[in-house]
Design a protein around this ligand. Structure first.
Ligand code: HEM
Length: 127
């Protein structure tokens, strides 16, 4: 049996947490908390939340190594002209981290996702 290669294929963070269904559940919860946050809700007034959720699920899935491709706008264009502050950015990230923790996503996975999305701060925050 020496010629049978061991299974060394790395498991993506996306697969580790349960794939698309898990990401969708986290994103639903995330936008629930964002819309319940009086400092953030006005940004989303009148928006098609279904489309936004779909794009957010794709982005997070892609960042976690899932077999999908984000097809929304780049983050600078998507947030252009909204005058989002650093504080508001931090609140959004906090809501996402809380939703991930509530779904029992492991800390190392949250850390990697947080580092990648946190790096988008200069594209999202005004100035
Ligand atoms: C890590 C931080 C963030 C990420 C990864 C992120 C990601 C995204 C994505 C993927 C979209 C969809 C773009 C599209 O449909 O083409 C989007 C849209 C949007 N984001 Fe964010 N976002 C972040 C922070 C924020 C913050 C801090 C706010 C407001 C305080 C915000 C408000 C919005 C709004 C209002 C839209 C809808 C824009 C539109 O459809 O016209 N986002 N965001």
């Amino acid at each position: 049996m020496a010629d049978v290669a061991p299974n060394v294929s790395p498991v993506s963070d996306y697969d580790r947490i349960g794939g698309g269904r898990a990401v969708s559940a986290v994103v639903d919860k995330f936008y629930g908390s964002v819309l319940a946050d009086a400092q953030l809700a006005p940004f989303f007034d009148g928006l098609d939340m279904g489309r936004l959720k779909r794009h957010q699920v794709l982005l997070i899935s892609q960042v976690m190594g899932g077999p999908v491709e984000y097809d929304g706008r780049n983050l600078r264009d998507a947030h252009d002209g909204m005058n989002i502050t650093r504080d508001q950015f931090g609140r959004v990230v906090d809501h996402l981290v809380t939703a991930l923790k509530d779904a029992s996503v492991p800390d190392d996975v949250i850390g990697r996702l947080g580092a990648q999305l946190g790096a988008a701060e200069q594209d999202v925050v005004a100035g």
